[in-house]
Design a protein around this ligand. Structure first.
Ligand SMILES: Nc1nc2c(c(=O)[nH]1)N[C@H]1C(S)=C(S)[C@@H](COP(=O)(O)O)O[C@H]1N2
Ligand SMILES: [Mo]
Length: 198
């Protein structure tokens, strides 16, 4: 899946793996809208609310007993930094949603600490979203969302909710934290959907 073709555009070379307006960073910046919540895995729980009154929950040990995947993906922040070839371990949302019947097409993702972000349920499936608990082979740092965060790399990184607590499935779309203050509702980096109206 790695694209190695390099296009030439204007005065410089442009990496075909870099969405428009993005630059590469070797660092891993921390972007949090509030303080880092310290979550002890013993009290940790992940939920899926189906939208029809049903609620599934997984304890930390139940989540960790599920099949895991190691994925190498590129991540793109709306503040214009991108990072290529990042490696994560996590449980696919396909696994978590396997015997869930969503009552609607929309998802509102909830984090410990109160952050939320919304996306279509379809974008959580098809091998495109994970509850990730390891980064580059090590337990995920609290600053980067540990013990576990959502990872949805095909959308801008604000959709990858740190300290993920659960997914609420909805019949009607409901904007999350950034989406309700002007960020794009969908956030496709390849279509440069940064802000409302893009
Ligand atoms: N819970 C929570 N998740 C969050 C955020 C946040 O403020 N709180 N920021 C988002 C934004 S804007 C980005 S770019 C990424 C940053 O992840 P990082 O700090 O691991 O680089 O997390 C996203 N997930
Ligand atoms: Mo961001």
């Amino acid at each position: 899946m790695t694209v190695v073709t390099r296009g030439f555009k204007g005065r410089g070379t442009r990496d075909a793996q870099l969405p428009p307006g993005q630059y590469l960073t070797p660092d891993f910046p921390v972007l949090s809208a509030g303080p880092t919540p310290r979550i002890d895995p013993t009290g940790w729980e992940f939920f899926i609310a189906t939208g029809s009154g049903e609620r599934r929950t997984w304890s930390w040990s139940q989540l960790r007993a599920l099949p895991t995947e190691t994925v190498m993906v590129d991540i793109h922040c709306v503040t214009k930094w991108s990072k290529l070839g990042t490696t994560w371990d996590g449980v696919s949302l396909d696994t978590l949603l396997a015997d869930v019947e969503p009552a609607g097409d929309f998802a509102l993702v909830h984090s410990y600490g109160g952050y939320t972000t919304n996306l279509p349920v379809a974008d959580l499936t098809g091998g495109r979203a994970w509850v990730a608990f390891r980064y580059a082979g090590a337990e995920l740092d609290p600053e980067h969302g540990g013990p576990a965060r959502l990872l949805v790399p095909h959308l801008y990184f604000w959709k990858s909710a740190k300290w993920v607590r659960g997914v609420e499935l909805l019949r009607q779309d409901q904007p999350g934290f950034w989406e309700s203050v002007g960020y794009h509702n969908y956030g496709d980096p390849w279509r440069e959907q940064r802000y409302w109206g893009d």
